[in-house]
Design a protein around this ligand. Structure first.
Ligand SMILES: NC(=O)c1ccc[n+]([C@@H]2O[C@H](COP(=O)([O-])OP(=O)(O)OC[C@H]3O[C@@H](n4cnc5c(N)ncnc54)[C@H](OP(=O)(O)O)[C@@H]3O)[C@@H](O)[C@H]2O)c1
Length: 290
């Protein structure tokens, strides 16, 4: 199977490329310099020349607060470009794997894990644009994997955001900052390394569809930060706060733990608990000399 990987130097893209290469997959890495997904001609030229069996798209505009001000750009990258990719995939006969987010849910009406059957209710421009991207693919294609992810962290760091939450917390602690973290938004922190392994398993099944794909368990961002500091042996001054007091521009889900029901139905075991994955990540950082 030949795979074209868009966003190969991003946080998730880096771990997908590494894991799939280790598994001897025929995977072509594409950075934004190789393919700009907002450029229809570039998408068409690059993908028609490769004719992959599967296109994996990790590219997105996902700086959540910025999306509130840059609505047109949110829809250009997260919807219009996704439509282009879906149309090119139709032409090349490729399947499309695309990533969405827990932010398609609001978490104000429900406090138990969301399955793929739950009705989305995004509360931000980012969430709305990602949901529109999902629907566009489902409207145009049959051969797709749409995977909703949550709270990603990986050693490459999020290129779009310039950091990931784990690295940001450790940086603030090392700088001796007083740290305030919201305690009223519940999620599942998820390792990009674990995600890449499950994506590989999913592709082996050939079962297209919509999937929730996260580590298991759930916690608030405050609890996530406390666990990072415990594992990293740091002891900063950290205070829980509320979303209202924190005052971020975009509203975030109050609760967005995802039940990976469709993954289990495809015969794939649940991912490990988020605390185990985080412990491995913190140990690997130490080995990397960070
Ligand atoms: N990060 C999270 O916590 C999180 C949570 C849930 C879902 N997700 C979803 O997971 C996916 C991957 O996230 P990530 O954290 O790996 O993101 P990332 O580190 O920002 O990586 C995105 C990659 O896409 C490339 N890219 C961005 N815009 C592009 C464009 N217009 N054309 C071509 N390439 C472009 C980036 O290249 P440049 O850096 O050169 O622009 C980068 O290589 C996204 O769909 C995101 O919405 C993320």
């Amino acid at each position: 199977m030949k795979i074209a990987l868009i966003g190969s130097d991003g946080q998730l893209g880096t771990d997908i490329f590494k894991y799939f290469t280790d598994k001897k997959m025929d995977i072509v890495p594409l950075t934004q310099q190789d393919i700009e997904i907002c450029d229809k001609n570039a998408c068409s030229d690059v993908l028609f020349s490769l004719k992959p069996d599967l296109v994996i798209n990790t590219a997105a505009f996902h700086i959540v607060d910025q999306c509130e001000d840059e609505v047109a750009k949110s829809f250009e990258v997260n919807v219009e470009a996704v439509k282009t990719l879906a149309q090119v995939c139709l032409g090349t006969g490729s399947a499309l794997m695309h990533f969405s987010t827990d932010f398609v849910f609001g978490g104000y009406e429900k406090k138990t894990p969301y399955t793929e059957d739950d009705c989305p209710s995004p509360v931000s421009i980012y969430g709305i644009s990602k949901l529109a991207g999902e629907l566009t693919i489902r409207y145009l294609l049959k051969d797709y994997y749409i995977c909703r992810l949550c709270g990603l962290y990986g050693h490459a760091g999020s290129l779009g955001k310039g950091y990931n939450f784990v690295e940001l917390m450790i940086k603030l602690a090392n700088e001796g900052k007083d740290i305030k973290v919201v305690d009223d938004q519940v999620l599942t922190p998820t390792s990009t390394k674990d995600t890449a392994e499950k994506l590989y398993e999913l592709i082996q099944t050939g079962k297209y569809g919509l999937y929730h794909l996260t580590n298991t368990g759930g916690c608030s961002w405050y609890e996530f930060a406390c666990e990072i500091f415990r594992l990293a042996g740091l002891n900063p001054k950290i205070t829980p706060t509320t979303s209202e007091a924190f005052g971020a521009k975009a509203r975030r889900p109050a609760y967005s733990v995802l039940d990976n029901k469709n993954l289990r139905a495809a015969g794939i075991k649940d991912m490990r608990h988020w605390k185990k994955a985080l412990a491995d990540y913190i140990n690997e950082r130490k080995l990397l000399g960070k």
